[in-house]
Each structure stands twice: as C-alpha cells, then as structure tokens.
Design a protein around this ligand. Structure first.
Ligand SMILES: Cc1cc2nc3c(=O)[nH]c(=O)nc-3n(C[C@H](O)[C@H](O)[C@H](O)COP(=O)(O)O)c2cc1C
Length: 263
C-alpha cells in the first residue's frame, strides 16, 4: 500500500463508508437517558410566510415512469419566477412532516425516509425569483410547513456563486436549496454510526427534489461542490470542527428553476 499522505487520508475517509459492529462501551446518549434534541430549529421571531399544501393545480406530470425517464440534472432555467405554490410543493416533497409520533421521545415522519426517523436536516433557501418573496435567505419551518425570512444578502448572486464553487448557474438560479445537517439529532441515538446515516439520508432529500421538480415543469441540479467555510458563513454558521450538540453545517445543495418543457 502507498504510504503517502493522500492514500492515508483516503484510507481514513473510506472508513466512514463502512458499517461497524457497535463498540461495547459506545453507548448512545439515548441509551444513557439524556434528553433528545429538538426535532427542528424553531422560528427565531423572523417574518413568517404561509405555505400551502394544496398542490392539485400545479402538478403537470403525474406519471411515475415518465418522471423517471425525464429526470436529468438541469442547469439552465427560464427567466421566470416560481410561484409560492410551486415552492411550497418542493419544500413539502423534500422535508414535509406528515406526522409527529411518540409519547416519551418524539420523531417526525416525513415525505423522505431517515435512519431511525431522526431527520437531522434543516432547509435554507437562497431566493432570487419567487412570486411575492424578496431576494434573500429563508428557512423552512418543517413542523409548521411555513417559511421564515432570515436576511438579505448583499451581492447575493456573486457571493453565492463564489461560495458554491464558482457555479454561476447556482448563484443565478431562481431558488437555491441548501441543506444543513445537525449530526447530534442522529448521534443521540446512533452515536458513532450516525455520521454515515446522515450522509445516506441526505441523498433522499435531493432525489425527491429531482422527481418533484419534474412533476411541476421545473428542473434541479444537485450541488456537492462548494466551499464549506464561505457557504456556512453566508448562512451565519460556524464550520470549525466541533462535537457540540448544536453543531450545524451545510452538507448538500441544489439549484431550482423553471425549464422549457417543450424542447
Ligand atoms: C452528490 C452529487 C453532487 C453533485 N454535485 C454537482 C455539482 O456540484 N455541480 C454540478 O453541476 N452537478 C453536480 N451533480 C450532478 C451530476 O453531475 C449529475 O447527476 C451527473 O452528471 C449525471 O447526470 P444526470 O443527473 O443528468 O443523470 C451532483 C450530483 C450528485 C448526486
């Protein structure tokens, strides 16, 4: 085996992809009786935007086979705003809460699966063109199915493009979905197995976004290439290494816009 730094680093990082038998002494915080973390980050007193769950008028394509066959990564969007109904649908399809269950400990059941129903993600939106919404950063309140306006970002398009690997189609997209992870939500139950589960869970959000976009005449492209520090900074998050329970950082993103369905 090559003993240079790169191959050592690759070897270490590959370990996160494996399933391990639990270490004997590695009891989770749930096992040790510690209180569970909150199911979601609550509204911090920001301006609230009501969302709908009435999606009948916006679905253009309900045929599952067609959706699968048409799904591609789409990076070119029409210069057209999304309606708030369309945005509501995409938020619901990716993180919508269908039920809150449990007596002692609680869990959410959502439109996507998640290991142990821990759902360790928050959804932020970088809005450029949505009817009725000013440009800026928003946060999805999944438990209430509402949106909160967080802040305007000066030179938003340029700063977002720079933070997301120079990918101008993301900075200019009508909406940028940005998903953060709070690993402790899953670590509380699964301890050192949780990090892999969080990464597996993230894929489900974006796959639902791809299919939901296809259903309403929109297109999306997953974004894994971004500058962690710059992007976290845009959202007001600290990306330094941390084992704190409230640690939150970006893990995935996706651009969204309307596409020309005729061609
Ligand atoms: C985890 C992940 C990260 C990705 N990151 C990017 C990205 O940063 N920029 C980009 O243009 N496409 C990105 N893509 C899209 C892929 O390039 C695309 O899925 C692939 O080329 C296959 O094309 P298709 O989605 O049209 O089938 C990403 C896809 C995935 C699943």
């Amino acid at each position: 085996m090559k003993e240079n730094m790169k191959s050592k680093r690759i070897m270490e990082l590959r370990e996160i992809m494996k399933a391990y038998p639990k270490l004997v002494e590695d009891y989770s915080d749930q096992h040790n009786g510690l209180a569970q973390p909150p199911l979601a980050i609550p509204n911090k007193g920001n301006k609230i935007i009501e969302l709908t769950k009435d999606f009948k008028h916006i679905i253009k394509n309900n045929d599952f086979l067609t959706l699968l066959n048409q799904r591609t990564s789409k990076r070119r969007y029409l210069n057209e705003a999304l309606s708030l109904e369309e945005l509501s649908f995409l938020l619901w399809a990716t993180q919508g809460v269908k039920q809150v269950i449990g007596r002692k400990n609680h869990a959410t059941l959502r439109t996507v699966p998640s290991a142990g129903a821990r759902h360790p993600f928050e959804t932020y939106l970088l809005v450029n063109q949505v009817e009725g919404l000013e440009q800026g950063l928003y946060h999805y309140l999944a438990l209430e199915h509402k949106l909160e306006f967080i802040k305007s970002i000066e030179n938003q398009i340029d700063r977002v493009t720079e933070a997301f690997g120079g990918q101008a189609f993301f900075g200019n997209a009508p909406v940028g979905f940005v998903w953060t992870v709070l690993p402790y939500r899953t670590e509380w139950r699964y301890s050192t197995e949780a990090q892999k589960y969080c990464l597996l869970d993230a894929g489900h959000l974006c796959q639902n976004l791809y299919l939901a976009c296809e259903a309403i005449g929109c297109g999306t492209c997953a974004i894994g290439a971004y500058e962690q520090n710059l992007a976290d900074d845009l959202l007001g998050l600290d990306s330094s290494p941390s084992s704190e329970n409230d640690n939150e950082f970006i893990v995935y993103a996706a651009s969204v816009g309307k596409v020309d369905t005729e061609n």
